[in-house]
Design a protein around this ligand. Structure first.
Ligand code: BES
Ligand code: ZN
Ligand code: ZN
Length: 481
């Protein structure tokens, strides 16, 4: 279950409460004594303390100062982080219900605070069975928000998004021992069909008939078959003429294949389907919110493993669109399966295609875990839009160039292209490779950095972050206005 937020008219005398404030005088209305207010005021001014805790007879009360930044988006992000920070106290006290009072009538800040708290409260507990392990489970179940200016609609939207992010994280956190390609497709089906989206899962035979050579080549070393999943959300009325298409890299585990990864590089590679998970989570949220927009999700999925019949460096493969590719490194597998999906997307004459992929260590190395790398063609207005949305929800994009100079890096001696560039600019040469398979407005998002955290990072948590769902949902929502 996800941590749900509900709007209420007033606080409860028995339940713990957080007061969000900028202006200290507001506290008097809520029963704080003059002595307490003065104490808070001096400690805040002199020692810059932002959180105050009061242990009342039958509940806890917290006072949380909101840190204002010149940039509104940064203020919202610090609200999310503050909401998350409060969790250690709440769960530490074994509290189940918390009230949040928006004393300043600043709905955006209150919602962001609650959002950070709800997202931060996520845990992946499925495989924790022992009594001891259960002691570390979070207790917080519900967040009640007292906020006059907050609409029911915006609360419902945050709940839909929180649930979608939870589901996305679950998918990323599942190991391949449970979540192989087939299972990933089934989970997509379960989630999206429930909300009225249509789904088609193409099996290996169909993929062979279609001659998706990239997906089949990566799957050659695997005992489990690949899948290619098409999710369609097409409500009876929608605002766009042609669909927006999201493509997610669905490598359910990346060993590197014959170019096998080192131990430390392989450890977290169950996350190599985080792009696919984000596409599933986003369409789930769009369908649940019944947004009047036509959206398609495409998910090529397989694991990447060495085996008796696995592809080897030097192999030449035939892609879905007929391009021949010399596979010089079997660990550059994501671009092979994405390329087939990008070519497949042409038939829809899409308004815009956005692909999400944990594609390169180079993207991670370049900007770390706090942003994703974005690139695109014929995309200018969409990219500006998407970047702004990314800043707003704090799933930020750093744009890299797609100059044709980088195409040189992909020249093969014996085929149309090779699947890896040189030692430098690895995120860009990967983008350049993908570009070859597009003929429509397209944006590539490399989420290798922010998709998965090995240590807890505020409300993003540990493990799968669900990165991509909040930006794509907001982007599509704005297309409906
Ligand atoms: N899945 C990896 C990229 C990755 C790295 C994702 C770190 C998440 C965190 C991808 O398939 C890969 O191995 N890429 C290679 C490409 C290279 C061989 C051209 C890389 O980045 O090293
Ligand atoms: Zn790889
Ligand atoms: Zn990979």
């Amino acid at each position: 279950m996800y941590t749900r937020i509900e709007k209420v008219g007033q606080i409860s005398p028995k339940e713990s409460t957080i007061y969000l404030i900028n202006d200290i005088t507001k506290l008097k209305i809520y029963g704080f004594t003059n002595g307490e207010v003065n104490y808070i005021k001096t400690q805040n001014e002199k020692n810059k303390i932002k959180v105050f805790t009061f242990n009342r007879l039958n509940k806890w009360e917290f006072v949380q100062f909101i840190k204002k930044d010149d940039n509104d988006f940064l203020t919202l992000e610090s609200c999310r982080k503050a909401g998350d920070s409060m969790l250690s106290k709440i769960n530490g006290n074994r509290t189940k219900i918390i009230y949040i009072v928006d004393t300043q009538d600043n709905s955006n800040e209150a919602i962001s605070f609650a959002e950070g708290m709800a997202l931060g409260n996520y845990q992946f507990n499925k495989y924790k069975k022992s009594k001891d392990a259960k002691k570390s489970f979070n207790t917080l179940e519900k967040i009640f928000l007292v906020s006059k200016k907050t609409s029911d609609k915006s609360i419902e939207e945050i709940n839909i998004l929180t649930e979608a992010v939870y589901k996305t994280r679950d998918l990323v956190n599942e190991p391949v021992s449970y979540l192989n390609a087939l299972k990933l497709s089934e989970e997509a089906e379960k989630l999206c069909c429930k909300e009225g989206a249509r789904i088609e899962v193409m099996n290996k035979l169909k993929i062979e008939t279609l001659k998706m050579g990239g997906l089949l080549a990566v799957n050659k070393g695997s005992l489990d078959p690949p899948t290619f999943t098409v999710i369609e959300w097409k409500p009876s009325k929608f605002k766009n003429k042609n669909p927006y298409i999201f493509i997610g890299k669905g490598v359910v585990f990346d060993t590197g294949g014959m170019n096998i990864k080192s131990l430390s590089n392989m450890t977290d590679m169950k996350c190599d389907m985080a792009g696919a998970a984000a596409v599933i989570g986003t369409i789930y949220a769009i369908a649940k919110a019944k947004l009047p927009v036509y959206v398609i999700g495409l998910i090529p999925a397989t694991d990447n493993r060495p085996d008796g019949n696995a592809q080897v460096p030097g192999d030449v493969i035939n892609m879905y669109d007929g391009t021949t590719v010399e596979v010089l490194n079997t660990d550059a597998e994501g671009r092979l399966i994405l390329a087939d999906a990008l070519s497949f997307a042409k038939k829809y004459k899409p308004e815009l295609v956005i692909d999400l992929a944990t594609l390169t260590g180079a993207a991670h190395a370049a900007i770390g875990k706090y942003a994703m790398v974005g690139m695109g063609s014929k995309y200018k207005k969409y990219m500006d839009d998407l970047k702004n949305t990314g800043d707003k929800v704090s799933e930020r994009i750093v744009e890299f160039p797609l100059w044709d100079d980088y195409k040189e890096l992909l020249k093969s001696e014996i085929a149309d292209m090779k699947n890896m560039g040189g030692a430098y600019a690895g995120a860009i040469s990967a983008g350049k490779f993908l570009e070859h398979f597009t003929d429509y407005p397209w944006i590539h998002l490399d989420i290798a950095g922010p998709a998965f955290m090995d240590a807890r990072d505020s409300y993003r948590g540990q493990g799968g972050t669900g990165w991509g769902v909040r930006i794509l949902f907001d982007f599509i929502k704005n297309k409906c206005l």
